[in-house]
Design a protein around this ligand. Structure first.
Ligand SMILES: [Zn+2]
Length: 296
């Protein structure tokens, strides 16, 4: 290892993303060579689970643990990317389909097929174990492994969660090329309050992917006969809601319409069911598209 000059110290700290790393500590670990203990100790010391000792006994970190400066993506940009992928899936489905029957558009929005477009395999597995997030033990619901070109999604959760998580991982795959290490995610159904910027972006991606605007507007109008639903007397009657159950705010109204099974005497699968998403994810999307007009 080279000298402990201030410049070297500075470089080391920046490579390790750790302003507190000290060359003298590195030297101490370096001296212990390539044993598992040394790797473990180095990871602990550097507070970086991805740090490892390279083959030469020197210190190294995987590229992705170095903070990448990136521009935050606007929702419209994410949506434009999603629409392109959906078009490709449509085209592929049409050219592969031998029958004349039009496939269910929701089935075409398949995260497994989307992964294939990028040369990735998406598998559903029984269990992905746990990871530690600060003091919390979190069940892993999905993971993206670029080096293996693989996405894995746990079957241990509801269908809505596995589907949303799978679409969330596709979001990382497409939007976040800098995630080159094994990226793991907790279960998501679109209702979680997202944490980091990239998690928010992947959630947005999943929401646009699973609930495309055009398709959802059509399904909404088919059911509720309007693109701007107001809770007037007629609507209350058409929904057969008891007075005490009348939604008191737009969120509750969005929840109700996401799971409503009939309107004006006509029965249908609920929007949440038809799009195979959670009630919360659908409710958020309905509000986002301003399909609900709540005024008191
Ligand atoms: Zn994520």
């Amino acid at each position: 290892m080279s000298q402990n000059g201030p410049k070297e110290l500075h470089n080391r700290r920046s490579v390790l993303c750790n302003p507190y790393a000290h060359i003298e500590q590195l030297v101490e670990i370096h001296g212990r060579a390539n044993t598992d203990d040394a790797i473990h100790a180095s990871r602990h010391l550097l507070q970086n689970p991805y740090a490892y000792l390279d083959e030469n006994g020197g210190f190294s970190v995987q590229k992705d643990s170095i903070k990448v400066s990136r521009r935050k993506l606007a929702p419209k940009e994410i949506e434009a990317i999603v629409i392109k992928i959906q078009r490709r899936l449509w085209l592929e489905c049409r050219s592969n389909s031998s029958s004349e029957a039009t496939p269910n558009p929701i089935d075409v929005l398949d995260p497994v097929a989307a992964a294939k477009l990028y040369g990735f395999e998406l598998d559903f597995v029984n269990d992905l174990g746990f990871y530690a997030d600060r003091a919390e033990k979190v069940a892993v619901a999905g993971q993206l492994d670029r080096s293996e070109q693989s996405i894995r999604v746990s079957r241990a959760f509801s269908t809505e969660v596995t589907r949303f998580t799978a679409a969330h991982e596709i979001g990382h795959l497409v939007l976040h090329p800098h995630l080159t290490h094994l990226h793991r995610d907790r279960p998501a159904d679109g209702s979680n309050i997202a944490r980091d910027e990239i998690e928010i972006e992947a959630d947005k991606f999943a929401s646009y992917f699973l609930m495309p605007e055009k398709l959802l507007r059509k399904a909404f109008v088919d059911r509720f006969l309007t693109e701007s639903f107001s809770l007037n007397d007629q609507a209350v009657y058409a929904l057969s809601i008891k007075y005490e159950n009348i939604p008191k705010n737009s969120r509750l109204l969005a929840d109700l319409l996401s799971t409503a099974l009939f309107y004006n005497g006509k029965q249908f699968p609920s929007l949440a069911e038809a799009f195979k998403v959670s009630r919360k994810a659908m409710a958020i999307r309905l509000k986002e598209l301003q399909l609900i007009n709540f005024s008191v």
